[in-house]
Write a protein that binds this ligand. Structure first.
Ligand SMILES: [Zn+2]
Length: 349
């Protein structure tokens, strides 16, 4: 089969479009014919310098195939597989949990210490075929395109778990979404609008904010012009917002905390600008603030999201679709932040 592979980490030059053997299946696995695979920023880190990938390459499991957000059709199933059949249209849950630890048993498998991410610890979807445990395959409606489905797992699952499961967003809430032009930000905007909440959105350009306005954002804030917390407090007449969706880290932490109303909840899933932030403990307890973390989400949540997208309630933003062999170009677009929405690779175009 054709695949994009790499045997050493580095620039996009290391990515090679070549022939590799089709994966062989264990009894509980399914082989998926990839129709679309979305590119994530994690793919770029993996290609450049993530130590987990370096270790995998050093072990001799070369070459590595990236790609965690995958949609396609089932081409083959192992002897023990039940519940899905050859020909089913599916989207893959990106994580493979151990299935036997206490977190897995509680249904919070996103906390499993030994879970693997498809395309990271295992070979992924930058290929004509990928294998995965059959329980990762979520059947999807014919109304949902492969490209839209592939754009969902990581970004929408992260945003849903943050807003709905962790922060318990309610229709009467005001919610601040940082970096609305990114994958998690734009997914968060759509999910927040579904609940009826009022959305404050930040971005670095008026062009991105105009896109956010068209998608339903209520208050647009260009953080290059002004501290976003000042705008939040002005618009809310000093009250602040009920929920902050935070994924930036050190650079925005103080403003995110300052934007919170009484009983406000800050939920964080990322620290692209640094790990350390401080908090005024007195203000925290006086205002009854909650600061919480969030890590991807569960298969049950992804089923909910695939269902909502199949009914047209969520519409992933697709920047462009490229043939698989142009994966390097897709990485450069993402690295240079030239995209608004997801870039998807398709082996069959
Ligand atoms: Zn587990």
């Amino acid at each position: 089969m054709k695949a994009i592979v790499f045997s050493e980490q580095g620039s996009t030059e290391v990515l090679q479009y070549t022939d590799v053997p089709k994966p062989t299946l264990d009894t509980n696995e399914a082989l998926i014919k990839v129709e679309a695979c979305a590119v994530n920023y994690l793919d770029i880190h993996a290609r450049r310098n993530r130590p987990e990938i370096e270790a995998k390459l050093r072990r001799g499991d070369t070459p590595h195939i990236l790609g965690s957000d995958i949609a396609g059709t089932i081409a083959e199933i192992g002897a023990a597989v039940r519940g899905v059949a050859v020909g089913d249209r599916v989207v893959l849950a990106p994580c493979i949990p151990c299935g036997i630890c206490s977190d897995c048993h509680r249904g919070t498998e996103n906390l499993c210490d030994t879970q693997e991410l498809i395309g990271f610890q295992t070979n992924g979807g930058y290929a004509e075929y990928v294998k995965a445990p059959a329980q990762n395959a979520i059947q999807m409606s014919a109304a949902l395109s492969f490209v839209n489905a592939a754009a969902m797992p990581i970004a929408y699952l992260t945003a849903w778990h943050m807003l709905m499961t962790r922060a318990q967003l309610r229709p009467e809430d005001d919610v601040l979404i940082l970096g609305v032009g990114g994958g998690v930000g734009s997914a968060g905007l759509q999910i927040a609008k579904l609940t009826g909440a009022r959305v404050f959105a930040t971005a670095s350009s008026d062009e991105k904010l105009e896109r956010a306005r068209q998608m339903g954002a209520d208050v647009m804030i260009n953080y290059k012009d002004r501290d976003f917390s000042e705008v939040v407090l002005d618009v809310t007449k000093g009250r602040g917002v009920d929920v902050v969706l935070e994924h930036v880290g050190a650079a925005t932490w103080d403003q995110s905390i300052a934007s919170l109303a009484k009983n406000g909840r800050l939920v964080s899933c990322g620290v692209t600008t640094g790990n350390i932030g401080t908090i005024n403990i007195r203000k925290m307890y006086q205002k009854q603030l909650t600061v919480m973390g969030s890590a991807l989400g569960t298969v049950a949540e992804l089923r909910t999201l695939v269902h909502l997208a199949g009914r047209g309630k969520l519409e992933p933003i697709i920047d462009r679709v490229l043939p698989l062999h142009r994966a390097g170009e897709a990485h450069l677009l993402l690295e240079n932040r030239q995209n608004f929405g997801k870039i998807c690779l398709c082996p069959n175009i």
